[in-house]
Write a protein that binds this ligand. Structure first.
Ligand code: PEP
Ligand code: MG
Length: 911
């Protein structure tokens, strides 16, 4: 049987039989608009009669070099006959002419990219006939000139400007500012002038035969699929080029036939809040494009209730029916022609994150969808919206239009923040704390001793650094919005200003950063604060918990973070980076003293002072996490991080020597010399600890082995804390974790030290503490020898930040601001491996480690604590690998709960 190219809206069943019954295939064949028009007709919703020319016809036309496939035109003529019968009007008949629209409609919506011609069927004869029929000359010639204008631009490539000039002149002559104030005579003149323009520019007369108009418009829509605009859009949106577009030919209905006519657009629920309430705009006596173009002030759809009570009540029922049918919030277009309501389009409605959550939950509560579907309908990234302030859409738009947008960077910590630029941590802190200013700390990059400034700031902005840079990690941990790696930003510390692409901001000027989008603006944008306690979100996350298999733990160093994470639903601490506590101002001097010490006895002295601090820290964590596991990782970073910067020291020594030359008294000389000696001592130490590649140097377990007293102190602090709070009645479950292990012997040795000290403390405290000893897997060798390592470990935690760094052999601190961007742009890598686990490499190592580890200990507890633990795509990989939990920063816990549920549900559907 010959292929059918044209389907009436009433022939959906036939089309379904042809494609095999799958709705996706109908979308392929009819495009979204055509499929939904046919579906609306099938369920009894009033749709103007019409038909769809399939995407197969479009593809056949394009691949044949511009020939309609055989039989297609005859099918169009047949379909047109049926439409004539249904409407009682006849195409080309001056007495009662049928007018149609010809619209493209691809599978995926491509807003504004594809072409439309309205009012096809108008000619001088039919126009005159319509004037007779309607008695409304103004309406008819307005429609006629619209046809010439659209046809001219879509079919004949006549520049729209030429038509606009004529309209402009006509408005000017009539002394009016709006087209809607032009009278019938004006539109008749415009129609004639449009025809002349058409002829001049296209070198052809405007086609006066309606069938010619229809044929040429259909052909133009086919061709528009390969127009530059459409191709560019598909490239940007990732839509394949071989889908083709369908052409929908639909009876025209008019919302501009008088005060009993109207046209509008609406959503079946509120697209901003999600509330179950129709939201929309309409215009009386207007055409659809007038509503969308925003030339006339539209009316709120609630007013339709009074103005068109019958049509409105029918509209409400239709909205309800559409939702029940599609089980989704719908975005519709409608027209009322002389009191009769027609639906012209329906599709799933766009919505804010907040609305997405509420709609999913309420639809499940209404029984429209299942709870599983509700959980699957909200993107994990949308949950982020509830956790952080956001810039209002309006203020971002205005800033972009008025030159307020400065630059893009990496969006490493979500949320929006405004503040005055402070170029160092001390100033950031003092402005924030003493002067109550909102501050954005702006630095080339941040270091551990910038933390106090970061904490005091509203947000962090750096010109260098990547996704796992210090600034990114700390910002995420504390929920501070951050944009890093803004390479277009130059920081001039001398002049205390920043320069971004020709714009200069001085310290103290306002800047706004969007850590969700990675955007930087000058000035102060309007901010909105969403609510994490949103009741629909809470409900959705509770449902998610029922479906997920992965546990969701958190990376937290301080009790406040742990508390927040628990409120967000964390079920344990997967990583406490103990060294972060060493940077507190009251501890750093002792850490530095310990680092400087040559003799064990001196070192012991500093560690003795540090012990109570650490014990307090751990007691706080245990109390908050009462009953839940707490993984405490022993010290990890290289020691030089605790000492002052080498360049700063050199500069300070230089300054001191100058001061020495100008010293007035012996006492001054003595004092300065004392300072010089101290600084020189520190400088020596900094130089001796200098490593060309510190991330691969004396850090992690190597440091613990190098300075065993440090391990002993940390173990003692953990166990004393556990014993003390245990006696208070807190249920403690400490897990001690060794970082950066690469050989089993490292673990063997550390385990011995730990067991000895732990036993000692428990005896002293006369308390038994159940604990686990385990290791991070963040070096490929550890993953490959995981069976040996598992002999000495009760748990593994994948440190995927380091594991990515060491597997790829690329620096986590530098790569993202450097060549990695090029790699991503050129698609050498499919995604940033520091953001999403590299499934084939890092993922494979994890798989090996799990298999080998669990071959020795089937119950081996395995989790992840690298930044990937909060990334939805990586969470799916973790689920598939069979990890027990993911651990992420407190602010990502809700996202992880949803992503983990979606991973299990995807598995269930696939299986
Ligand atoms: C890791 O490497 O993934 C990790 C969690 O440790 P850190 O980021 O502290 O090196
Ligand atoms: Mg690590």
């Amino acid at each position: 049987m010959a292929k059918k190219w044209v389907y009436l809206f009433g022939e959906l069943d036939e089309a379904e039989a042809y494609v095999g019954g799958d709705w996706e295939d109908i979308l392929d064949l009819f495009g979204g608009k055509g499929a939904n028009l046919a579906e609306m007709e099938r369920i009894g919703i009033p749709v103007p009669p019409g038909f769809t020319v399939t995407t197969e016809a479009c593809n056949a036309y394009l691949s044949s070099g511009g020939q309609f496939p055989e039989g297609m035109w005859d099918e169009i003529l047949d379909a047109l006959k049926t439409v004539e019968n249904l409407t009682g009007k006849t195409f080309s008949d001056p007495k009662n002419p049928l007018l149609v629209s010809c619209r493209s409609g691809a599978k995926f919506s491509m807003p504004g990219m594809m072409d439309t011609v309205l009012n096809i069927g108008l000619s001088d004869e039919t126009a005159a006939g319509m004037v007779e029929l309607t008695g409304d000359e103004r309406f008819v010639y307005d429609a006629y000139r619209r046809l010439i204008q659209m046809f001219g631009s879509v079919v004949a490539g006549v520049a729209d400007d030429a038509f606009e000039e004529i309209l402009e002149a006509e408005r000017h002559d009539a002394g009016v500012s709006s087209d809607s104030d032009l009278d019938a005579e004006a539109w008749k003149r415009v129609t004639q002038r449009f025809k002349t323009t058409y002829r001049r520019q296209s070198h052809h007369n405007f086609p006066t035969k309606p069938l010619d108009q229809l044929r040429m418009a259909t052909e133009a829509v086919f061709k528009s699929w390969n127009g530059k605009r459409a191709v560019d859009y598909r490239n940007a949106a990732g839509i394949t080029h071989d889908l083709g577009t369908a052409v929908n030919i639909v009876t025209m209905v008019f919302g501009n036939m008088g005060e009993d006519s109207a046209t509008g657009v609406a959503m079946t629920r509120d697209g901003s809040t999600g509330e179950k309430q129709i939201e929309g705009d309409y215009l009386t006596n207007a055409q659809g494009e007038d509503v969308v173009a925003g030339i006339r002030l539209t009316k709120d759809i609630v007013l339709m209730k009074d103005e068109f009570p019958e049509a409105y009540s029918e509209f409400e029922t239709i909205a309800e029916n559409l939702e029940t049918h599609y089980r989704e919030m719908q975005d519709v277009e409608f027209t009322i022609e002389k009191g009769k309501l027609w639906m012209l389009q329906t599709r799933d409605g766009k919505r804010t994150a907040q609305a997405a959550v509420r709609i999913a939950v309420e639809m499940a509560d209404e029984g429209l969808i299942s709870r599983q579907e509700a959980v699957q309908r909200v993107a994990p990234e949308q949950v982020d919206f509830f956790l952080h302030p956001q810039f209002s859409r309006k203020s971002v738009k205005t800033a972009k239009e008025t030159g307020g947008f400065l630059a893009n960077g990496l969006n490493v910590s979500p949320g929006a923040a405004c503040g005055v630029v402070a170029l160092d941590a001390d100033l950031a802190e003092s402005w924030a704390k003493e002067e109550g200013k909102d501050v954005i700390m702006v630095r080339p990059e941040t270091k551990p001793d910038d933390v106090h400034g970061m904490l005091a700031s509203k947000g962090i902005l750096t010109s260098r650094g990547g996704r796992t840079s210090h600034a990114a990690l700390v910002a995420r941990q504390f929920g501070k919005p951050a944009v890093v790696g803004v390479s277009d930003m130059e920081i001039d510390m001398g002049k205390r200003q920043i320069i971004v692409k020709n714009q200069t901001l001085r310290e103290g000027d306002w800047v706004s950063i969007d850590g969700t989008a990675g955007e930087v603006f000058s000035g102060q944008l309007e901010t909105q604060i969403p609510d994490i306690k949103d009741r629909w979100l809470m409900k959705l996350l509770e449902w998610a918990d029922e479906f997920r298999q992965l546990g969701v733990w958190t990376n937290a160093d301080y009790p406040e973070d742990a508390q927040r994470a628990r409120e967000y639903g964390a079920e344990g601490i997967g990583l406490c980076r103990t060294e972060h506590m060493f940077f507190e101002p009251d501890r750093l001097p002792h850490v530095q003293k310990m680092t400087m010490a040559d003799l064990p006895i001196e070192r012991q002295e500093s560690l003795r002072v540090l012990l109570p601090f650490q014990r307090e820290d751990f007691m706080g964590l245990f109390r908050v996490m009462d009953g839940l596991p707490v993984i405490i990782r022993l010290i990890d970073p290289p020691l030089h991080e605790f000492l002052p910067n080498h360049a700063d020291l050199l500069r300070e020594l230089g300054d001191l020597k100058i001061r020495l030359q100008h010293a007035a008294t012996v006492a001054d000389i003595d004092a300065i010399m004392k300072e010089v000696r101290t600084k020189e001592l520190i400088l020596n130490r900094v130089e001796s600890l200098h490593e060309a590649n510190p991330m691969l140097g004396l850090r992690g377990v190597r440091l613990g082995i190098h300075i065993p007293e440090l391990t002993v102190m940390q173990v003692r602090a953990i166990f004393e804390a556990a014993c003390i709070v245990g006696k208070e009645g807190v249920r403690v479950h400490p897990e001690v974790m060794i970082p950066l292990t690469s050989h089993v012997n490292e673990l063997k040795r550390q385990r011995q030290v730990l067991e000895q000290e732990a036993r000692k403390v428990m005896t002293e405290q006369n308390t038994e503490i159940e604990y686990k000893f385990g290791t991070m897997i963040e070096i490929p060798r550890a993953a490959l020898t995981a069976d040996q390592i598992a002999e000495y470990a009760e748990f593994f935690s994948f440190g995927t930040n380091d594991l990515t760094q060491t597997t790829f052999g690329i620096s986590r601190d530098d790569a993202e601001a450097g060549f990695l961007i090029e790699y991503l742009e050129n698609e050498i890598l499919p995604s940033n491996p520091f953001a999403t686990i590299d499934r084939d490499g890092v993922g494979e190592l994890m798989h090996t480690a799990l298999t080998k580890g669990r071959s020795v200990k089937p119950d081996l507890e395995c989790g992840i604590c690298g930044e990937h633990g909060g990334d939805p795509d990586s969470i799916q990989i973790c689920h598939q690998l069979g990890l027990n939990y993911v651990s992420c920063s407190p602010f990502r816990v809700p996202i992880a709960r949803l992503a983990a549920a979606q991973a299990s549900l995807a598995d269930m559907t696939a299986g």
